[in-house]
Design a protein around this ligand. Structure first.
Ligand code: HPA
Length: 318
């Protein structure tokens, strides 16, 4: 009979823990959806609606009202769409809204999915691939973020120029796992994730609308959340070159770029991230939603004008 020493037990315990951790890390990491899952959802939606969207809009926290301006709306609750994840956060509604903005067929996501809710990144980005398979050409993402750049003010709208995928550096990346060539290549370029042409159009619209004072361009950094940043973390992000920080968007943009969508991103600065130990104010989610309401009207005008110009641009460049 083999005799196990205390040392043996410790060793076996360690192996157990390592295997457990590895299984958990990798299971949260590679794609949990097959091409057939994407196809099934796409076909279900195409059978349920006659809308054929060209532009998809992801509405960020408290920005769900962006869909209100659409005509001929048809609304699906996420829970009724096969394979669709369901949003769990207050201020994130959970509906897919089809409609048209000045003749441009669109689809709006009212509510989106976050890493901190416990979804895999494959689920977080699931809708983007559905949009691609439905024929969408442009993805417009909006979000709420905290201002890191000291010049930024609450209520500023930042056109996203570039991003930092902080969870991606730690292996939490939506394209980890086997690559499906039907969507895109193994090593996609990300140096031009946010369309330069659309950023210029957004800046022009901002100035036409008289918003130049509070329209900025900058680098968005994704953190996993759910806690807001410590002061030391915020200082690190500033040194890294981030202008704002939030808990979303980057996985969806990465997957969109991988499958060849044009992307434009708008980030509403809902709070200033504290970089100073002597500052007393504390950020909270209600503040984020409140600033969203304050800027809802101007954001809606910006988004609707952008959508119609996106389409004109796309017609001109094809
Ligand atoms: N940090 C992270 N995410 C956010 C913030 C913030 O300060 N504000 C809105 N979303």
């Amino acid at each position: 009979m083999i005799r196990y020493s205390q040392h043996h037990f410790k060793y076996i315990q360690c192996i157990y823990v390592c295997v457990f951790v590895c299984v958990h890390l990798t299971s949260g990491n590679s794609c949990c959806c097959s091409f057939e899952d994407y196809k099934l959802t796409t076909e279900w939606l195409l059978n349920q609606t006659s809308h054929r969207p060209k532009v998809a809009v992801i509405c960020g926290s408290g920005l769900g009202l962006l869909a209100d301006g659409a005509a001929n709306k048809q609304i699906f609750r996420y829970q009724d769409i096969p394979n669709f994840p369901v949003s769990t956060v207050q201020g994130h509604e959970g509906c897919l809204v089809f409609g048209t903005i000045e003749d441009t067929p669109c689809v709006f996501m009212q509510g989106h999915f976050h890493l901190y809710e416990g979804y895999s990144l494959c689920k977080v980005t699931f809708p983007v691939r559905i949009f691609k398979l439905m024929g969408v050409e442009t993805l417009l993402v909006t979000n709420a973020s905290g201002g890191i750049c000291p010049d930024f003010k609450v209520g500023d709208i930042m056109i996203i120029k570039d991003h930092i995928n902080l969870p991606g550096f730690a292996g939490q990346h939506p394209l980890c796992g086997p690559n499906d060539e039907r969507f895109g290549i193994r090593f996609p370029c990300m140096s031009d994730a946010y369309s330069k042409d659309l950023r210029r159009v957004a800046l022009d619209i901002g100035s036409e609308l008289g918003c130049s004072d509070f329209i900025r361009e900058g680098v968005y950094c994704m953190v996993s959340g759910p806690n807001f940043e410590t002061i030391a973390e915020a200082r690190m992000l500033l040194i890294l070159g981030c202008d704002s920080v939030g808990m979303s968007t980057v996985p969806e943009v990465t997957v969109a770029k991988h499958c060849g969508l044009r992307v434009i991103g708008l980030s509403l600065i809902t709070n200033k991230v504290s970089l100073d130990y002597s500052r007393e104010e504390k950020v909270n989610h209600d503040e984020v939603l409140e600033i969203g309401k304050m800027r809802a009207e101007v954001l809606q005008k910006l988004v609707t004008t952008l959508i119609s110009r996106c389409q004109q641009q796309s017609i001109n460049t094809h």
